[in-house]
Ligand binder design. Structure first.
Ligand code: FPP
Length: 232
Protein backbone atom coordinates (compact mmCIF):
# COMPACT_ATOMS: atom_id res chain seq x y z
CA UNK A 1 0.00 0.00 0.00
CA UNK A 2 1.35 3.48 -0.86
CA UNK A 3 1.83 5.36 2.40
CA UNK A 4 1.95 9.13 2.84
CA UNK A 5 5.22 10.47 4.20
CA UNK A 6 3.66 13.55 5.76
CA UNK A 7 0.17 13.63 7.28
CA UNK A 8 -1.51 16.67 8.82
CA UNK A 9 -4.56 16.64 11.08
CA UNK A 10 -7.02 19.39 11.93
CA UNK A 11 -8.41 18.14 15.25
CA UNK A 12 -11.82 19.81 15.03
CA UNK A 13 -14.92 19.04 17.07
CA UNK A 14 -13.66 18.89 20.67
CA UNK A 15 -16.09 21.58 21.82
CA UNK A 16 -19.13 19.91 20.22
CA UNK A 17 -18.06 16.52 21.62
CA UNK A 18 -18.20 18.04 25.12
CA UNK A 19 -21.46 19.95 24.53
CA UNK A 20 -23.18 16.73 23.35
CA UNK A 21 -22.29 15.23 26.74
CA UNK A 22 -23.29 18.34 28.73
CA UNK A 23 -19.64 18.78 29.72
CA UNK A 24 -17.60 22.00 29.71
CA UNK A 25 -15.74 22.64 26.43
CA UNK A 26 -12.43 22.03 28.16
CA UNK A 27 -13.41 18.43 28.86
CA UNK A 28 -13.66 18.07 25.07
CA UNK A 29 -10.20 19.56 24.60
CA UNK A 30 -8.76 17.20 27.22
CA UNK A 31 -10.42 14.22 25.48
CA UNK A 32 -9.05 15.54 22.18
CA UNK A 33 -5.52 15.80 23.55
CA UNK A 34 -5.65 12.25 24.96
CA UNK A 35 -6.98 10.90 21.65
CA UNK A 36 -4.24 12.75 19.75
CA UNK A 37 -1.50 11.32 21.98
CA UNK A 38 -2.72 7.76 21.29
CA UNK A 39 -3.36 8.45 17.59
CA UNK A 40 0.14 9.91 17.11
CA UNK A 41 1.63 6.67 18.52
CA UNK A 42 -0.48 4.71 16.05
CA UNK A 43 0.49 6.98 13.14
CA UNK A 44 4.22 6.61 13.80
CA UNK A 45 3.77 2.85 14.18
CA UNK A 46 2.38 2.90 10.61
CA UNK A 47 5.79 4.08 9.34
CA UNK A 48 4.75 7.65 8.67
CA UNK A 49 7.68 10.01 8.95
CA UNK A 50 6.04 13.32 9.69
CA UNK A 51 2.81 14.31 11.45
CA UNK A 52 1.64 17.91 11.72
CA UNK A 53 -1.12 18.72 14.20
CA UNK A 54 -3.18 21.93 14.12
CA UNK A 55 -3.57 22.57 17.84
CA UNK A 56 -4.09 26.35 18.07
CA UNK A 57 -4.49 28.82 15.22
CA UNK A 58 -3.83 32.55 15.34
CA UNK A 59 -7.61 32.94 15.02
CA UNK A 60 -8.26 30.57 17.97
CA UNK A 61 -6.34 33.08 20.12
CA UNK A 62 -9.46 35.27 19.96
CA UNK A 63 -11.46 32.72 22.02
CA UNK A 64 -12.64 33.61 25.54
CA UNK A 65 -9.86 33.93 28.14
CA UNK A 66 -11.13 30.99 30.18
CA UNK A 67 -10.96 28.58 27.22
CA UNK A 68 -7.49 29.83 26.27
CA UNK A 69 -6.20 29.44 29.85
CA UNK A 70 -7.50 25.85 29.83
CA UNK A 71 -5.80 25.15 26.49
CA UNK A 72 -2.50 26.61 27.73
CA UNK A 73 -2.75 24.30 30.76
CA UNK A 74 -3.15 21.35 28.39
CA UNK A 75 -0.05 22.44 26.45
CA UNK A 76 1.88 22.69 29.75
CA UNK A 77 0.76 19.15 30.59
CA UNK A 78 1.61 17.87 27.11
CA UNK A 79 5.14 19.31 27.16
CA UNK A 80 5.93 18.19 30.72
CA UNK A 81 4.31 14.73 30.67
CA UNK A 82 4.22 13.43 27.10
CA UNK A 83 6.82 15.13 24.94
CA UNK A 84 9.80 13.22 26.41
CA UNK A 85 8.08 9.93 25.47
CA UNK A 86 8.11 11.06 21.85
CA UNK A 87 11.87 11.50 21.98
CA UNK A 88 12.31 8.05 23.54
CA UNK A 89 10.21 6.65 20.68
CA UNK A 90 12.51 8.23 18.10
CA UNK A 91 10.35 11.23 17.22
CA UNK A 92 11.50 14.85 17.34
CA UNK A 93 8.93 17.42 18.42
CA UNK A 94 8.91 20.80 16.73
CA UNK A 95 6.52 23.61 17.47
CA UNK A 96 5.46 25.67 14.48
CA UNK A 97 3.70 28.99 14.85
CA UNK A 98 4.40 32.23 16.64
CA UNK A 99 5.31 31.40 20.24
CA UNK A 100 5.37 35.09 21.14
CA UNK A 101 1.55 34.85 21.04
CA UNK A 102 1.35 32.38 23.96
CA UNK A 103 2.35 32.75 27.64
CA UNK A 104 6.12 32.82 28.17
CA UNK A 105 6.26 29.63 30.23
CA UNK A 106 4.37 27.69 27.54
CA UNK A 107 6.85 28.96 24.92
CA UNK A 108 9.77 28.00 27.19
CA UNK A 109 8.39 24.48 27.76
CA UNK A 110 7.88 24.11 23.99
CA UNK A 111 11.52 25.05 23.31
CA UNK A 112 12.74 22.70 26.07
CA UNK A 113 10.73 19.83 24.54
CA UNK A 114 12.23 20.58 21.14
CA UNK A 115 15.74 20.41 22.60
CA UNK A 116 14.98 17.23 24.59
CA UNK A 117 13.63 15.37 21.56
CA UNK A 118 16.04 16.65 18.89
CA UNK A 119 18.08 14.46 16.56
CA UNK A 120 15.59 11.93 15.18
CA UNK A 121 14.43 11.41 11.60
CA UNK A 122 10.70 11.30 12.37
CA UNK A 123 8.89 14.48 13.30
CA UNK A 124 5.80 15.66 15.11
CA UNK A 125 5.09 19.28 14.22
CA UNK A 126 2.71 20.90 16.69
CA UNK A 127 1.11 24.07 15.33
CA UNK A 128 0.49 26.59 18.13
CA UNK A 129 -0.25 30.25 17.39
CA UNK A 130 -0.02 29.17 13.77
CA UNK A 131 -1.60 30.82 10.73
CA UNK A 132 -0.82 29.76 7.17
CA UNK A 133 -0.92 33.29 5.77
CA UNK A 134 1.22 34.61 8.61
CA UNK A 135 3.78 31.84 8.03
CA UNK A 136 3.96 32.61 4.28
CA UNK A 137 4.50 36.35 4.94
CA UNK A 138 7.15 35.63 7.59
CA UNK A 139 8.95 33.18 5.31
CA UNK A 140 8.83 35.56 2.31
CA UNK A 141 10.32 38.36 4.42
CA UNK A 142 13.04 36.00 5.66
CA UNK A 143 14.00 35.00 2.10
CA UNK A 144 14.09 38.63 0.95
CA UNK A 145 16.16 39.66 4.00
CA UNK A 146 18.66 36.87 3.25
CA UNK A 147 19.26 38.33 -0.22
CA UNK A 148 18.16 35.10 -1.98
CA UNK A 149 15.72 35.13 -4.88
CA UNK A 150 12.14 34.54 -3.81
CA UNK A 151 11.16 31.31 -5.58
CA UNK A 152 8.76 28.46 -4.82
CA UNK A 153 11.71 26.42 -3.49
CA UNK A 154 13.29 29.18 -1.39
CA UNK A 155 9.88 30.04 0.08
CA UNK A 156 9.07 26.38 0.82
CA UNK A 157 12.38 26.00 2.68
CA UNK A 158 11.75 29.12 4.75
CA UNK A 159 8.26 28.02 5.85
CA UNK A 160 8.03 26.52 9.32
CA UNK A 161 7.57 23.11 7.63
CA UNK A 162 10.83 23.64 5.68
CA UNK A 163 12.96 20.50 5.41
CA UNK A 164 9.97 18.21 6.01
CA UNK A 165 8.62 15.84 3.33
CA UNK A 166 5.92 17.37 1.10
CA UNK A 167 2.46 17.22 2.65
CA UNK A 168 0.68 14.17 1.22
CA UNK A 169 -2.51 13.79 3.24
CA UNK A 170 -4.54 16.29 5.24
CA UNK A 171 -7.34 15.01 7.47
CA UNK A 172 -9.96 17.27 9.06
CA UNK A 173 -12.44 15.87 11.54
CA UNK A 174 -15.62 17.54 12.81
CA UNK A 175 -17.74 17.80 9.61
CA UNK A 176 -16.41 21.12 8.26
CA UNK A 177 -14.72 21.01 4.87
CA UNK A 178 -12.22 23.86 4.83
CA UNK A 179 -8.53 24.53 5.51
CA UNK A 180 -9.06 27.32 8.08
CA UNK A 181 -5.69 28.96 7.30
CA UNK A 182 -3.72 25.74 7.88
CA UNK A 183 -0.69 24.80 5.71
CA UNK A 184 -1.96 26.92 2.80
CA UNK A 185 1.20 26.69 0.68
CA UNK A 186 1.98 23.09 1.67
CA UNK A 187 -1.52 21.76 0.88
CA UNK A 188 -1.27 22.61 -2.85
CA UNK A 189 -1.22 18.93 -3.86
CA UNK A 190 -2.18 17.21 -0.63
CA UNK A 191 -5.01 14.70 -0.72
CA UNK A 192 -7.85 15.87 1.52
CA UNK A 193 -9.98 13.66 3.76
CA UNK A 194 -12.90 15.08 5.72
CA UNK A 195 -14.39 13.02 8.52
CA UNK A 196 -17.83 13.59 10.03
CA UNK A 197 -16.53 12.39 13.39
CA UNK A 198 -15.78 14.82 16.18
CA UNK A 199 -12.06 14.55 16.96
CA UNK A 200 -12.25 12.68 20.31
CA UNK A 201 -14.30 9.98 18.49
CA UNK A 202 -11.81 9.64 15.61
CA UNK A 203 -10.29 6.17 16.10
CA UNK A 204 -7.10 4.51 14.90
CA UNK A 205 -9.36 2.47 12.58
CA UNK A 206 -10.78 5.71 11.10
CA UNK A 207 -7.20 6.76 10.43
CA UNK A 208 -6.44 3.39 8.78
CA UNK A 209 -9.51 3.91 6.56
CA UNK A 210 -8.15 7.34 5.53
CA UNK A 211 -4.80 5.68 4.71
CA UNK A 212 -6.50 3.09 2.50
CA UNK A 213 -8.45 5.88 0.78
CA UNK A 214 -5.19 7.75 0.22
CA UNK A 215 -3.55 4.65 -1.30
CA UNK A 216 -6.42 4.45 -3.79
CA UNK A 217 -6.14 8.08 -4.93
CA UNK A 218 -4.79 8.80 -8.41
CA UNK A 219 -2.19 11.52 -7.72
CA UNK A 220 -1.42 13.15 -11.06
CA UNK A 221 -0.09 16.52 -9.82
CA UNK A 222 -1.82 18.23 -12.74
CA UNK A 223 -0.30 15.91 -15.33
CA UNK A 224 -1.79 12.96 -17.27
CA UNK A 225 -0.68 9.34 -17.37
CA UNK A 226 1.86 8.53 -20.07
CA UNK A 227 -0.35 5.65 -21.32
CA UNK A 228 -3.00 8.21 -22.34
CA UNK A 229 -1.50 9.76 -25.48
CA UNK A 230 -3.14 12.92 -26.73
CA UNK A 231 -4.31 12.17 -30.29
CA UNK A 232 -5.02 15.13 -32.57
C1 FPP B 1 -10.72 22.39 17.78
O1 FPP B 1 -11.97 22.07 18.36
C2 FPP B 1 -9.65 22.29 18.77
C3 FPP B 1 -8.93 23.34 19.26
C4 FPP B 1 -9.16 24.72 18.80
C5 FPP B 1 -7.86 23.17 20.28
C6 FPP B 1 -7.11 21.85 20.24
C7 FPP B 1 -5.96 21.88 21.18
C8 FPP B 1 -5.83 21.15 22.29
C9 FPP B 1 -6.82 20.12 22.69
C10 FPP B 1 -4.65 21.40 23.20
C11 FPP B 1 -3.71 20.28 23.44
C12 FPP B 1 -3.50 19.39 22.25
C13 FPP B 1 -2.33 18.78 21.92
C14 FPP B 1 -2.30 17.80 20.78
C15 FPP B 1 -1.05 19.02 22.62
P1 FPP B 1 -13.09 23.18 18.55
O2 FPP B 1 -12.96 23.78 19.90
O3 FPP B 1 -13.02 24.18 17.43
O4 FPP B 1 -14.37 22.30 18.43
P2 FPP B 1 -15.82 22.78 18.00
O5 FPP B 1 -15.76 23.16 16.54
O6 FPP B 1 -16.64 21.55 18.22
O7 FPP B 1 -16.22 23.92 18.91
Amino acid sequence: MTLPEHVAIIMDGNGRWAQKRMLPRLAGHRAGMKRMIALADHIFSCDIRCLTIFALSTENLGRPREELEGLFDLFREYFTEYAAKLGKGGVSLRVIGDLSLVPEDVARLAKESERETAGHDRFLLLAIGYGGRRDIVRAANAVVASGCALTEDSLASALSTGGMPALDLLIRTGKEQRLSNFLLFEAAYAELVFSEKLFPDFTDKDFDRALRGYAGRDRRFGKIHSDQPCKR
